[in-house]
Structure formats: C-alpha cells, structure tokens
Design a protein around this ligand. Structure first.
Ligand code: MRU
Length: 349
C-alpha cells in the first residue's frame, strides 16, 4: 500500500487534505479553515469518493463548530444544522455525505444537557470514529471481495474506489491491495473514466505505487478487453445503493455492467453499508449530479475541443440496474439476488 493519507486531523488539531485534483503530478496538501474551504474541497473533488466525503464531513463539522465554542447550546445547534445543510448542498449523489453530517448533528442533539466543551470533545471523537470505522469496513469488504477472485486473475474497474476514495484499502480495489499485501498477483484494467479521469489520475497511480500490474485503458476499450476474454471480474464502487439494489456510481459504470452481462463476466459493486439507502426505493429516486460542461470541452486541453455554442450534458453519475449485478459486497457480507429481500436481511443479522 502507498500509505498516502488523504484526510488527516494533525497534532495541531487542523484538518488537512491531500488535494486529489493535483494527482498524479503533485502531492499537495491543503488546510481547511472555513466552511467555504470545506464546501469547495468537496465540490471541486479535492476530496472525493463517497466514503472519503463522509469521513471529511465528520471532521469538517468538528473543526468548523470549534470556532463557535462560546455559543449557547441553542445557537450552537442552529449553527451546526446550518453548516451541515450548507456542506450537504455541495454534492447530491453520494449518500455518505448526508449520513455523516446527520450523525454529527444527532450527536449534538443527544448532548443537549452538556457543555459546549464536552460536545466538541465528543464531536472530535465521533469524527475519528467515522474514520476508523471506515478503515475496518474497507478491510472487511476487501476480505469478502478477495473470496470472489483467485490468484492471477484480471479485474476491470471504473473510476477510483481505492484508498484515496476511502480510508485504507478502498472498496472496489480493496481486494487487490489486500491480496497483493499477502503475496498474491492480480492484473487490473483501469478505465480512464472520462471526463475527470479518476481512473487515469488516481486508480492507476495508487495501484502502480503499490506494485500492482495495472493497465490503463480509455472507457471505450472496456468492450474489446472483455471480448478478448482478458477480464475475470468487474469490481466497481458505489455512491448510493437503493433498497432494490440499483446503485449509482461514476458515469459510465452502467455501460460497463451491460457489457459484462453480454460477455458473461461477473459484475460486483463493493461498498460500506452506509452507502445503502433504504429511504431510496429504486435507482430512479437517486439524485444525479450534473457538472460543468467545461470538464468535457476544455478542462484537459490546450484549446477547446468543441465550439462554444455546442450544447453539452455532463451527468457525473449513472445508475446501474440491479438485474446487471452479480452481487453487492459490503462489510456485512456478500449479498446476492433477490437484492430487495437480501439487503434487508443483511441488517437483521
Ligand atoms: O466523482 P467522484 O470521483 O467522487 O466519484 C467517485 C465514484 O464514483 C466512486 O466509485 C464511489 O464514490 C465509490 S468510492 C469507494
């Protein structure tokens, strides 16, 4: 494992992030001081990946509320609710963001009778707990994922669901990192992931640094490597899993799922149970973030690659239908169809 820290609360109690927009060329760290810093870091994908956004939201609430330590309880709670609402408006699709923010605000509500000093100390512990829980969840997800492949296999992945998108190991590429640590050998085809190139900039970077045999391909090459029988399994992450097993992940994921079904390749999504949203009945109910067209037209080029007047549609995520999924891998176990029933059972255990 590369051991790169994406989110840290340092010894001075400051929140530091690795600015992922600068990878793979520069390791640049940023200190988060204001609510705007935290909002912008999420919005601009300086910190990204559903679980990492949740971890970051926990720490953000703590460092931002520290500035209001002298407020009376009611004002403190109102400020926390306002801050959570503001941060939550940064990106709509990944449920981990609202999940972590709600968890921090609920804690404040539970401590109504306590001093602000004690509340802040508990908020700090809670944020660290969210982070540590994610490490434990990713480790278990990686263990379960590893049972689905064998030494020497080749896995295709889309976007980035490794350590940079989580805490440690990651979800979709977690089994690869864990297996590699144990002396196993895997080959990974990493889709570059247009338009923001998370696969090129982040996934191939992480895997390569960890000594994994990784091959970068453009998104439209997934079909040929599947047809050539180079792929044993597809592992992708998830930003929100609806109650029926439909799930949102980076734009392009559903196309990869359709291809995998056509070529008879097992297709798995891997994510923590905090990604499962029982309040979202189906994929149609998942809000899909739309981003700036410049990410397609101009962002990576010396000159614009389309005329200014050309319309552009830039949805950041798509929804994969549960019928295309072989299984969902969580820290609680591997869930097979029928997903609606079996996802519920997962929480009854
Ligand atoms: O827009 P991004 O880079 O935040 O999108 C990330 C993904 O789609 C990941 O696959 C998902 O968040 C899971 S990360 C473990």
């Amino acid at each position: 494992m590369s051991g790169i820290q994406n989110i840290t609360l340092n010894e001075q109690d400051e929140l530091i992030i690795l600015d992922q927009t600068q990878l793979p060329n520069r390791l640049e760290y940023k200190t988060m001081r204001t609510a705007e810093d935290c909002y912008t870091a999420i919005k601009n994908l300086e910190v990204r990946g559903a679980p990492a956004i949740g971890i970051f939201a926990g720490y953000s609430m703590y460092i931002l509320m520290k500035e209001h330590k002298n407020m009376a309880y009611n004002d403190f709670l109102s400020k926390a609710e306002e801050t959570a609402e503001y941060l939550n408006s940064s990106r709509p699709t990944a449920v981990n963001l609202s999940w972590a923010l709600k968890r921090m605000v609920s804690l404040i509500k539970e401590m109504k009778e306590d001093t602000t000093e004690n509340i802040l100390s508990s908020m700090r512990n809670e944020a660290i707990k969210i982070h540590q829980e994610d490490i434990a969840m990713c480790t278990k997800i990686s263990e379960y994922g590893l049972t689905l492949i064998k030494d020497g296999d080749t896995v295709l992945t889309h976007c980035n669901a490794g350590p940079l998108a989580t805490s440690k190991y990651g979800t979709a590429t977690g089994p690869i990192f864990l297996g590699t640590e144990r002396g196993m050998h895997f080959h990974v085809y990493s889709d570059e992931t247009r338009p923001l190139l998370q696969g090129a900039r982040l996934t191939s970077y992480e895997l390569s640094k960890a000594g994994v045999d990784v091959t970068l391909i453009c998104d439209n090459m997934a079909s040929i490597v599947m047809k050539q029988r180079k792929i044993n399994a597809v592992f992708v992450g998830c930003d929100r899993i609806a109650a029926n097993g439909d799930f949102a992940n980076k734009i392009g994921t559903s196309g990869v799922a359709v291809l995998a079904k056509y070529y008879g390749i097992p297709f798995y999504t891997l994510g923590p149970s905090s990604t499962i949203d029982f309040n979202t009945p189906t994929g149609d109910d998942i809000p899909i973030e739309e981003r700036n067209p410049d990410e397609i037209k101009t962002m990576w080029y010396k000159e614009p690659m389309a005329l200014k007047e050309v319309n552009c549609y830039n949805p950041s995520f798509d929804v994969t239908d549960h019928s295309l999924l072989t299984a969902i891998v969580t820290e609680r176990g591997v869930v097979y169809p029928p997903f609606k029933e079996n996802l519920k059972k997962l929480f009854e255990k």
